[in-house]
Design a protein around this ligand. Structure first.
Ligand code: GUN
Ligand code: FE
Length: 461
């Protein structure tokens, strides 16, 4: 009846503020890799199913000290930039793009180089617990398609965009689309190719319409891309209101903020995900909410390039905007959403308290800005799934079995009485890639840490 059953304790968001702890639970996985049934120890089939699936060698039982988390959904990754991750972050955005990033991305016309970088990145993201990623590739259609194939082969759910940047004034000659027309034609071909690949990819690969950001695109390409997104009903991604420079550039060009300009080109939708969004006005937030557009919050990157902390609590609580988390490799130096969960909490607390010690405490920060660890966890999991309009990021019937198994053996747990709620917080604050024992996508194991933890003590719970 089920492909297999996994028995263990898991943690999942039920909404942004609350988590549910599923203790010693049976997760029944369907043939297609989704959660078909969740059975608690006090329910009637529990013993019988445990025994029969165990006898048929179809029961996966977690060991003491191991816990299930939903796989992470990274809403913003620049795949080619993996090759420069951890460098040049002392520069402001504009200089970083022109001196480091565009020359690097130009090298992805070379398929062999693309293969090397993309292949390593997808493996690294999987071992960091990222089961779904929304990628910017480069302007090159063939290399972008190779990234989609690598996701398909390695078992990651990938959403991939061929980047469009066609404005001759704003982009260097060595790295841009030839014309708006060719950018749109290449994007359309890319959409068809990836949709064909998706037919043979159980976990799914999807094409994404990807204007890099307004400053890099002509009106013509922006309009054409909006039309393509509508024609094929595909996802859309871009950068929105990131940094004083990018935000001001758009205001000067259009006399309005990114959000309204993007909307006029047909680039805000239920399937649109906009990165950063540090300078959204209240009206912009309302427009995001009305159009179902999601925000990819990239807290590490924003500390370098953002010039402001994105007000996540306000987006969630006042405007019910869909929000998820992005690593923004390589504007963010870490491929781990664990690191970004931590930074999301830290940045929000600094926004709430303020940072200028010359300013009196009442005026120093922005009230009601901090988010909890539960909320940051929600962003990395269920919020990401919600942003993509996909049934991923929760341990819930009907959701994909996209999970990570965390081994807590080397975490500071010294009491058998420690509550699972406390243990959950230790997992989020202290896990490192080596704590991720296994990663599964769509019911299939796609990563196993065979190197272990190099560990010293036994688990007490
Ligand atoms: N704005 C336009 N391109 C980029 C990019 O590659 N990274 C970031 N962080 N912002 C951008
Ligand atoms: Fe980015």
């Amino acid at each position: 009846m089920f492909k297999n059953i996994v028995k263990g304790t898991g943690f999942t968001s039920v909404d942004p503020k609350n988590i549910r702890i599923l203790e010693n639970t049976l997760f029944c996985i369907s043939e297609t890799g989704s959660i078909a049934k969740i059975i608690q120890p006090n329910e009637k089939d529990y013993e019988e199913l445990s025994e029969s699936y165990s006898a048929a060698d179809k029961l996966v039982e977690l060991k003491k000290g191991q816990y299930i988390l939903p796989g992470f959904v990274d809403l913003h990754v620049h795949a080619p930039q993996w090759a420069q991750t951890g460098t040049a972050l002392d520069l402001p955005l504009y200089e970083w793009l022109n001196t480091y990033t565009f020359p690097l991305e130009a090298k992805f016309s070379d398929l062999e180089f693309a293969e090397k970088v993309y292949s390593d990145l997808v493996s690294q993201l999987l071992r960091n617990g990222t089961t779904t990623a929304l990628y910017f590739a480069t302007v090159h259609r063939k290399a972008s398609y190779r990234l989609a194939e690598i996701c398909s082969e390695k078992g990651q759910r990938g959403l991939v965009g061929k980047v469009v940047m066609d404005d001759k004034e704003q982009n260097p000659e060595f790295y841009r689309d030839d014309t708006a027309e060719s950018a749109i034609a290449e994007t359309e071909l890319f959409i068809k190719e990836v949709q064909a690949l998706n037919k043979h990819t159980p976990q799914g690969v999807y094409p994404v319409v990807t204007p890099r950001f307004i400053p890099s695109c002509t009106d013509e390409s922006l309009r054409g891309l909006g039309a393509l997104a509508k024609k094929y009903d595909v996802h859309i991604q871009s950068h929105c209101s990131e940094s004083d420079w990018a935000h001001e550039f758009v205001k000067e060009r259009f006399g309005k903020n990114d959000a309204f300009a993007l909307n006029e080109f047909g680039l805000l939708s239920e399937k649109a995900v906009m990165a950063h969004c540090g300078f959204l006005s209240d009206q912009d937030m309302r427009l995001f909410s009305e159009t179902g557009t999601a925000v990819a919050h990239c807290p590490i990157s924003n500390a370098y390039f953002g010039n402001a902390v994105t007000p996540i609590a306000k987006l969630l609580n006042d405007y019910q905007v869909q929000v998820g988390l992005g690593s923004d490799v390589s504007g963010g130096f870490s491929p781990s959403l664990f690191d970004n969960v931590r930074q999301a909490v830290i940045s929000s607390r600094m926004l709430e308290d303020g940072v200028d010690n010359n300013c009196c405490s009442e005026k120093r920060g922005v009230k009601n800005s901090s988010i909890t660890l539960n909320e940051a966890f929600y962003l990395a999991t269920a919020g990401g799934g919600n942003s993509l309009s996909m049934p991923i990021g929760k341990l819930e019937v009907g959701f994909a079995w996209d999970i990570q198994i965390i081994d807590t053996k080397n975490l500071p747990i010294f009491s058998e009485e420690e509550s699972l709620a406390d243990l959950f917080q230790k997992i989020l604050y202290l896990s490192r890639p080596e704590n991720i024992k296994e990663v599964w996508v769509q019911g299939k194991k796609v990563h196993e840490n065979t190197l272990g933890l190099g560990v010293y003590k036994e688990n007490v719970r």
